[in-house]
Design a binder for this molecule. Structure first.
Ligand code: SF4
Length: 80
């Protein structure tokens, strides 16, 4: 069932935190994947990549938020 169907049926799905990295802004400092390797990984050039298709697994929201807040380029957007 997709989330729209869940809303129509009155089923409240868990809120999922999503992350996005602006590739133009990311300069590859690596703080995101150093602080939250469960959520980010480096690509072959050392730039950050969000794991899990951009969705933060339940229980990792705090560490994901901390990593986003510590990105020196402010390249990480948190959507909740
Ligand atoms: S901390 Fe920011 S600049 Fe550094 S790799 Fe991660 S997204 Fe890129």
């Amino acid at each position: 069932m997709n989330s729209d169907a869940g809303v129509r049926l009155g089923i409240r799905s868990a809120v999922v935190m999503r992350l996005r990295i602006d590739a133009e802004m990311c300069t590859g400092h690596g703080r995101c994947y150093a602080l939250a390797p469960e959520v980010f990984e480096p690509d072959e050039d050392g730039h950050g990549v969000v794991l899990h298709g951009g969705e933060v697994p339940a229980g990792l929201e705090e560490i994901a938020r901390r990593a986003a807040n510590n990105c020196p380029e402010r390249a990480i957007t948190v959507e909740e």
